[in-house]
Design a binder for this molecule. Structure first.
Ligand SMILES: Nc1nc2c(ncn2[C@@H]2O[C@H](COP(=O)(O)OP(=O)(O)OP(=O)(O)O)[C@@H](O)[C@H]2O)c(=O)[nH]1
Length: 533
């Protein structure tokens, strides 16, 4: 809401700020997203590769252990080929197998009648025990075997590694076998446990039927997980990696590798969420590290926005007060340091110049009499204000055409106008530079003579009157004027000015009464003591 209000009160600076800050934020967001995506892909790929390598390494170790076990059993079987298979010899061999290698949990020698000849350690099975039919795989197949996992009579899940015993004549004497527990006491289990991870990764081993041979949760050993897609991949006999769900519905990144000697699959996996958790931390670190620079960037943007918008802002502010006197000065002072601002500044200055000219024109028109182009009463008042402001003494002539009514009556109004125009022209030509003539009524004029005393003014008035009287006028041949004179000598106040004009009027009246075509004046003109003559 606040942001909306801020935008709605938009000015250039805010817009630049919003635009640039928005762009920076979008760019930053994009960068974070890109970093996140690239890092996530990398992390997932690296985890998959790492898990595959680990699975491969563990599978290799298991393979080596099984190979060692097979070689040991094969060596023991070869011993009986050279020497007669006696009970004592068999006892010695099973004892050696279990204790020397630390691979087998138990060992057994079965003779050609499927009777146990030797067993170590003696548990539920003892010498003379005849193997039941369903446990005679090694006995019948007569070849080196790694059995499928099975539950022993003693309650362990075990595998058996067996080798047939042939004497030198090729006669089958039975077989020797070592067993490995798959539960926590077994050598295979110990081997797997060495590969425990501390980072939420874990591994498990399945046989060719998808049964768990090893799992970090010992309770799950023996469970069939063949339906799990990851397990199915691991059971293909190839090394690889894949993403998939575990039995609890958790997304996993898994690597797998086969133990070919036993058709097993080793799977190493890590929850995807755990892998990506580090990425979130990483991204937060990137965010905090880039924050000072981002803040600095925003400050620089703010400063630049200020710098760019400043001349335009100042121009706009000045445009608001275009009527004020000093506006042109303040616009000239604006530092328009780039092209657009400088052009705008010129345009605004030109516009203000034009406006002032226009105002001046209108002003002049409003202060000028259209018929004669002399000042009218309004123009005269401005003049008087200046006299007062400058405390400038002056004399004033009140001038009126004699018997002008007769002119109008005889020649018509148009001729009367021409006469007024001609008279005005003659007055303007006659008066000195600095003197000012005004038309204040139909055929009444006031002529202001700055810094001119009464005597000088009187002489001037006489000359003007004579000049008019001797000038040829349109149609009417000749006209005369009567002139009254007033003066302001000192203390040029508006009151004294009014008094001087009134005195000039009265003097004019006097001149009319004196027979016209003459000049009369008041000698005391600037104070109430003045009187007319
Ligand atoms: N043509 C013309 N006549 C004007 C104008 N303004 C005033 N008048 C006339 O000027 C005449 C002034 O006459 P009056 O004031 O009686 O005085 P006068 O006839 O000049 O006689 P005195 O002043 O006493 O000598 C009137 O007839 C007005 O109509 C104008 O602009 N043009």
């Amino acid at each position: 809401m606040l942001l909306l209000r801020y935008v709605l009160r938009a000015d250039l600076r805010r817009l630049i700020l919003l635009l640039t800050v928005g762009s920076v934020l979008v760019t930053l967001g994009n960068s974070y997203l890109a970093i996140y995506n690239v890092q996530r892909t990398l992390l997932v790929e690296n985890t998959l590769i790492a898990n595959q390598r680990y699975a491969s390494k563990v599978a290799e170790s298991a393979q080596m252990m099984l190979n060692t076990a097979q070689h040991s059993i094969a060596f023991s079987a070869s011993l009986f080929a050279k020497e007669p298979l006696t009970s004592v010899k068999a006892d010695e061999e099973v004892y050696r197998l279990v204790n020397q290698l630390d691979v087998f949990n138990s060992a057994i020698v079965v003779n050609s009648k499927a009777e146990v000849m030797a067993v170590y350690p003696e548990t539920t099975i003892s010498k003379g025990y005849v193997l039941p039919e369903n446990t005679r795989q090694s006995f019948y197949e007569r070849k080196p075997l790694i059995s499928n996992p099975f539950h022993s009579i003693s309650g362990h899940t075990i595998i058996s590694i067996s080798h047939p015993i042939w004497n030198e004549d090729g006669q089958y004497l039975g077989y020797i076998a070592g067993t490995i527990y798959l539960d926590k006491n077994g050598s295979l289990s110990r081997l797997m446990r060495e590969h425990y991870f501390t980072d939420h990764s874990y591994l498990y081993v399945v046989d060719q039927y998808g049964e768990l041979l090893f799992h970090i949760d010992p309770e799950r050993v023996g469970e069939n997980v063949a339906q799990m897609p990851l397990v199915q991949k691991a059971m293909t006999g190839f090394e690889g990696s894949a993403e998939g769900r575990n039995s609890k519905g958790i997304d996993m990144l898994a690597g797998f590798a086969p133990v070919r000697a036993a058709n097993w699959g080793v799977v190493v996996q890590k929850p995807r969420e755990q892998v990506l958790a580090s990425l979130d931390e990483h991204l937060m670190r990137v965010f905090w590290q880039s924050l000072p620079l981002a803040i600095l960037t925003l400050i620089v943007i703010w400063f630049l926005a200020l710098l760019i918008s400043r001349p335009l802002r100042q121009l706009a502010r000045n445009a608001e007060r275009v009527n004020e006197k000093d506006v042109q000065q303040s616009i000239l002072a604006i530092r328009s340091w780039y092209y657009e601002a400088s052009q705008l500044k010129m345009a605004v200055l030109n516009a203000i110049g034009l406006l002032n000219d226009k105002i001046h024109q209108l002003d002049t028109v409003s202060q000028t009499d259209p018929l004669t182009n002399l000042y009218n009463r309004r123009g005269m008042q401005r003049l008087l204000d200046e006299f007062e402001a400058n405390n400038e003494p002056f004399s004033v002539l009140a001038l009126d055409i004699d018997h002008f009514k007769a002119v109008n009556d005889r020649y018509g109004h148009d001729v009367g106008d021409l006469v007024i125009q001609q008279l005005a022209f003659q007055m303007k030509t006659f008066i000195r530079e600095g003197d000012i003539a005004c038309r204040v009524g139909g055929e009444e004029f006031l002529v202001f003579l700055p810094n001119t005393n009464a005597e000088k003014a009187f002489n001037l008035a006489q000359s003007l009157r004579e000049s008019i009287a001797s000038t040829q006028m349109p149609k009417v041949q000749r006209i005369t004027v009567s002139v009254g004179l007033g003066c302001v000598h000192e203390s040029v106040t508006m009151q004294n000015i009014d008094l001087a004009i009134k005195q000039a009027d009265r003097a004019l009246y006097k001149a009319k009464n004196a027979g016209r075509n003459c000049v009369c004046f008041s000698d005391h003109v600037s104070s109430s003591k003045s009187s007319d003559h």
